[in-house]
Every structure is written in C-alpha cells, then in structure tokens.
Design a binder for this molecule. Structure first.
Ligand SMILES: [Zn+2]
Length: 169
C-alpha cells in the first residue's frame, strides 16, 4: 500500500489542464492502485491524478458502501457528454483545498464516457451526489477547483486564510 502526497492549493499545477492518456501500462495501473489507497486513507469521495502530482486525465471514485470493504472505480480520459438539472451541493470540499467547504451549484444528472483500466470504453449515468463527485473530479482535469465555482467574495476569504497560514510557516 502506497499513500501519495496530496498537492494543495495554491500550487499552480492544480490550475493546469491534464493530458489525455494514450498508454494504459503497468505504471498507470500502479498509479491507479496508489491513488485508490490514498483516497481511502484520506478519506475522500474521489481523487484526480493531478492531486497527486500527475497531470494525466485519470480519476478514481470511491464506491465503498457503508459497512462494506473498500471499493473504487477508475476512469481514464473521462468526459461529461450530457448534463442536466440542478443540484445544490452543500458543504462540498476537496482534499486539495484543506479546511474549507462551500455550497456549489452542480448539475443533477450527468452522463460520462471514459475508458476502464483495461482500456475498454465505459459509460456512467449518475444522479445526485455521485454525479457531483464526477463533476468535481472531472473539473480537476480541466484545472478547475470548486473554489472557482463559488462567489468571488467567498473565494477571497479563503485566499486570505491560506496566505495567513503560509506566513505562519
Ligand atoms: Zn477535489
């Protein structure tokens, strides 16, 4: 089991779009397993490769049911192909944005296409919270954080808080 370091805001790499994956090799499979371990350990609902310093279009989603063994899904080159409705995501948080939560307006339903770990095309249709997790993680691959989707005022408050921490170090 390998726990990877999580990159946190304001690291500039989090604002960069990730590259499409062309080779699904052993290195990538190891990365997927390490990302899953890191997500379970945190714990988090999902994790994007850019959050562990790898700028590739890869996300893992926590599919563990309460009281059950840990399980996850990996999505390579995921893309939202359909989205509708509105979902108010309350208390949304991010492992890369510590000590901050906010309400974010999301789509209620999304259809996502991706490749699985064996390179086979897959399609997901999710609604509500699982749809929010997919939108949040796929945003990471575009260099978008949830704090880019809240009011400028709230974002400034968080930025000031981070600046204070960094001075205190
Ligand atoms: Zn996040």
């Amino acid at each position: 089991m390998t726990i990877l370091d999580i990159v946190t805001y304001p690291d500039k790499s989090l604002a960069q779009p990730s590259e499409k994956i062309t080779d699904i090799d052993e290195t990538l499979k190891t990365l997927i397993e390490d990302m899953a371990d890191t997500m379970f350990e945190a714990p988090g609902a999902g994790l994007a490769a850019v959050q562990v310093g790898v700028s590739k279009q890869l996300i893992v989603i926590n599919t563990t049911e309460e009281g059950q063994e840990n399980s996850y899904m990996a999505l390579i080159n995921p893309e939202i192909v359909e989205a509708d409705g509105e979902f108010i995501s309350e208390d949304e948080g991010c492992l890369s944005v510590p000590e901050f939560r906010a309400t974010v307006k999301r789509f209620n339903r999304v259809k996502v296409t991706a490749l699985d770990v064996d390179g086979n095309p897959m399609e997901l249709n999710e609604e509500g919270f699982p749809a929010v997790v997919l939108q949040h993680e796929i945003d990471h691959l575009k260099g978008v954080l949830f704090i880019n989707r809240i009011s400028a005022l709230k974002r400034e408050m968080y930025k000031r808080k981070v600046k204070k921490w960094m001075k205190g170090r």
